[in-house]
Design a protein around this ligand. Structure first.
Ligand SMILES: [Zn+2]
Ligand SMILES: [Zn+2]
Length: 349
């Protein structure tokens, strides 16, 4: 390591929505074999974080130390790491997997039986630095800014969902919910060749963003005739509905919107059990399937899309707060006028 390490570093601890603070913790140990020490630069606040701090995430226990949407700079590499060097910019792929279970062996490690997510079930990256195995990092191309790189992880989720739903050239797609994931589903569906993409939300500013990002129609999800409006815009039923809300009303709409033989993809984190009209699922051969995170190829594709200009950082990033003001960043991230909120880690060294 070229520079002397400080003894302590800053790390965010979330105990509740009202109790989010900066803690001083020991600087991480030097990276071990095949590990890398990364100095965080920008860390996004995810929908899963806002659910978690409200105590509403089914799989994140409080208190927790967040940060999984991170772009940073390699600070040091451990023995056996030869393809990354100090100063390289990297993004994190935060799924921590066993590598041995059937799902891992099949390449579907995003649903590893032992899955833990860095910054959800382990100490995260909303800190000055963290240590992670080399194989969880992806290099950021030079033309991609830090702000844009912070969108790699959020875009990888839609890339995976869109791929798994079979969206391709000519597909008619409806996206329910125009938060960051919904808007990036629009981007990913377009990139996959979708012919028509209709987006719904209850908030006007989000619909305007959807329109700017190229939605064929951006519709009020609360309109009583939403299904008629959406069907007209789609020219028919949807081949694929991506439900990024995963509530009762969005799921009811999804089943009404999807064409016979189509697919409803559950992308959003559901708060709990939801009623689905099973008689229609059976009678119309509707596939209702879920999508969780992503694998390497999806992350690589997300980087490629961002490097190719599929979306600009300012299309999604609405605010950036310094690490010391992480509590404000969390509060802002649930405000209706915000989309993606970032935390900037300007290190003490
Ligand atoms: Zn996330
Ligand atoms: Zn596994």
């Amino acid at each position: 390591m070229s520079t002397e390490q400080p003894m302590a570093m800053r790390q965010i601890v979330v105990s509740s929505a009202e109790d989010i603070r900066v803690e001083r913790v020991p600087w991480p140990d030097a990276p071990g074999e095949h590990e890398v020490l990364v100095r965080s630069r920008l860390v996004g606040i995810c929908g899963s974080d806002t659910h978690a701090c409200a105590g509403k995430h089914p799989f994140i226990a409080l208190p927790y130390r967040p940060g999984h949407e991170v772009v940073g700079v390699v600070g040091a590499v451990g023995p056996g790491v030869s393809d990354l060097a100090e100063g390289d910019r990297v993004v994190l792929e935060p799924n921590l997997v066993c590598g041995k279970c059937r799902q891992c062996r099949d390449g579907r490690y995003n649903i590893c039986r032992e899955l833990a997510v860095f910054g959800c079930q382990s100490v995260g990256a909303m800190a000055d630095a963290f240590v992670i195995p080399r194989d969880r990092l992806h290099r950021v191309p030079d033309g991609v800014s830090d702000e844009l790189a912070a969108l790699v992880e959020p875009l990888a989720t839609p890339v995976h969902a869109v791929r798994r739903a079979g969206v391709g050239p000519g597909s008619r797609v409806a996206v329910l919910g125009a938060g960051p994931i919904g808007l990036l589903c629009l981007v990913a569906a377009r990139a996959a060749g979708a012919e028509v993409v209709v987006v719904t939300d209850v908030l006007k500013n989000k619909l305007e963003r959807a329109q700017r990002l190229g939605a064929d129609a951006a519709l009020d999800a609360a309109a009583p005739d939403l299904v008629d409006q959406a069907s007209r815009a789609l020219g028919d039923g949807a081949d694929v509905v991506l439900d990024c809300v995963s509530g009762q009303s969005s799921m009811t709409q999804a089943i009404e919107l999807v064409d016979k033989g189509g697919t409803v993809m559950v992308v959003g984190i559901a708060a709990g059990p939801t009623t689905i009209p099973l008689h229609l699922v059976q009678d119309r051969e509707i596939a209702v399937i879920g999508s969780l995170m992503y694998v390497h190829d999806d992350v690589r594709r997300a980087i490629e899309l961002l490097a190719g200009g599929a979306v600009a950082a300012e299309d999604l990033v609405t605010a950036t707060f310094p690490l010391e003001r992480a509590a404000e960043a969390f509060a802002a991230s649930i405000a209706p006028d915000q989309l993606k909120v970032l935390v900037s880690v300007a290190g003490p060294g």
